[in-house]
Design a protein around this ligand. Structure first.
Ligand code: ADP
Length: 486
């Protein structure tokens, strides 16, 4: 009999996405299904989810939920896949304009504890004797990040679930910490509100609950599994994490080949593959034209697609960006986030018409075109649990320039004599996380791009011919599931 897994996530591509978690939640369940796992996804019923799912139907009411009492459980399919999705329909929690975590202005929804408390509770109920779907009892509940962190606590403390739980850590920077009165509102026992439980400095921490009560823990890269056990990366949970250090498994994310493959990418004006990348030049030209950049095949075009936050380290680019433009580079940025970063990049674009383009906002098609049309991709993150954009850069022949952290360090191999010799070089890795470190790394890349085309082609080819799909990593998740239930 196939192993039954409930995969719980607050965002799933293409239904709703704010970042890499959605990409993983949209592609890993598919990859596991191909390995024979009976995996189903559980998520909130945001308007875009209800609108996009195929064959949506109501299954049953879910009762005894904290604060709201009752919701409806629906099920449907993601178009073009076999992935079955369970959706919590609770209009007062999820059906509103704005993002999954915050309103249109960017302020967090005040009722996030209840919105994601209910998501966690429903996950635990589906894995309990009180499930409204008694004929499908998951053996494993796979939680993702703080939004699902209370599920392992509910499973152990209130729902008498015999299923095992795993929490995958995609980003420790977001913890879901709320005032203590939420413990009672969310129907959690007060006994768990202690250091040995979900208390974190006097607050209720969703993420700590997950880390404390889950039967297994994974991170989205091997390097990040080690980093989060240190004060610099653990966001205060390093002590608890290092107690379970030997158990934490780091599994590098894969990318979805249907979605991120230059050979069949529907967002591109031309397609290309490792054997023939001539289409890339056409895309560069079309991108330059679309963004108002001077059409010039030789100008090195540097790309960024990113949330604009401290984590992503793009402030380190600002002090030297003008110099790069003056030296003949072009720059294309797509992203949004902190207002002062948005403003600083916008000012540079305003001062440099034809040379720099800044698009503030979220734009899926443009993100693909930047990835394909640029010559190099800049991602100097201060920390990066896995990072998908550098992998998209590899797949699209756009060598990434990255800081040596987390999944960036696990996926990008620096261009140096040894790595050229053994044919593994696929990008450029900063020696130091600073503006100086970043510009030195970019200049190194530019030197090769301009003067050593054969080596540049080798780096591009190395990245494009790697297997970046889920083939390998999905098997590691499967092995982890098997260990948990045997
Ligand atoms: P994170 O999840 O920390 O934001 P990742 O690199 O893991 O970073 O994943 C980011 C995902 O979000 C990628 O698929 C990237 O293309 C996408 N993305 C980020 N910003 C934008 C944007 N402004 N427009 C379109 N896609 C974006």
């Amino acid at each position: 009999m196939a192993m039954k897994v409930l995969f719980v996530s607050s965002e799933v591509f293409p239904l709703i996405k704010t970042g890499g978690l959605a990409d993983v939640s949209g592609s890993l369940p598919n990859a596991l299904q191909k390995l024979g796992v009976d995996i189903r996804v559980l998520m909130p019923g945001y308007p875009s989810v209800l609108a996009q799912l195929n064959k949506l139907k109501t299954i049953a009411p879910i009762k005894h939920l904290p604060y709201i009492g009752q919701a409806e459980l629906l099920t449907g399919n993601i178009a073009g896949t076999d992935t079955q999705v369970y959706v919590i329909k609770a209009a007062q929690l999820y059906e509103r304009d704005g993002g999954p975590y915050s309103d249109a202005i960017g302020d967090e929804w005040q009722d996030n504890p209840i919105r994601f408390g209910v998501l966690s509770k429903v996950a635990a109920i589906l894995a309990s004797p009180n499930s409204p779907v008694p004929d499908w009892q998951p053996q494993i509940v796979h939680c993702n990040d703080w939004q699902t962190g209370l599920a392992p606590a509910y499973m152990k403390l209130t729902e008498r679930s015999t299923a095992k739980s795993i929490i995958s850590l995609h980003n420790m920077a977001f913890q879901g910490c709320y005032p203590p009165h939420w413990v009672t509102t969310l129907g959690l026992p007060s006994s768990g509100f202690s250091i040995e439980g979900y208390e974190y400095h006097g607050q209720l921490s969703f993420l700590k609950a997950g880390v404390f009560y889950a039967d297994a823990i994974s991170t989205v890269s091997p390097r990040y599994a080690k980093e989060i056990q240190t004060a610099a990366f653990g966001f205060g949970l390093e002590g608890l994490l290092s107690k379970r250090g030997d158990e934490i498994k780091g599994i590098l994310n894969g990318i979805e080949p249907e979605e991120w493959n230059p050979e069949n990418d529907i967002h591109l004006p031309a397609n290309y593959h490792a054997g023939n990348i001539s289409g890339k030049a056409l895309i560069k030209q079309s991108l330059q034209s679309q963004l108002g950049l001077t059409i010039n095949a030789d100008a090195p075009l540097l790309g960024v697609v990113s949330r604009l936050t401290y984590q992503k380290g793009l402030d380190m680019l600002l002090p030297n960006l003008q110099k790069l433009l003056d030296a003949g580079c072009q720059f294309a940025l797509l992203g949004g986030g902190e207002k002062d970063l948005e403003r600083a990049f916008q000012e540079i674009a305003d001062k440099n018409p034809g040379k720099a383009s800044v698009t503030i906002g979220y734009n899926e098609p443009l993100s693909h075109k930047i990835m394909a049309g640029c010559d190099m991709f800049i991602m100097p993150s201060r920390f990066e649990p896995c990072g998908l954009n550098q992998m998209y850069g590899l797949a699209y022949g756009t060598p990434p320039i990255v800081n040596a952290t987390g999944g960036l360090a696990d996926s990008v191999v620096d261009t140096n004599a040894a790595h050229l010799e053994n044919n593994t070089a696929n990008g450029f890795v900063m020696v130091e996380a600073s503006a100086d470190g970043l510009i030195a790394c970019i200049l190194r890349a530019l030197e090769i791009f301009r003067h050593q085309p054969a080596i540049w082609s080798q780096i591009v080819h190395n990245g494009m011919s790697q297997d970046l799909s889920w083939n390998h990593s999905a098997k590691e998740y499967l092995a982890m599931y098997q260990d948990m239930i045997h």
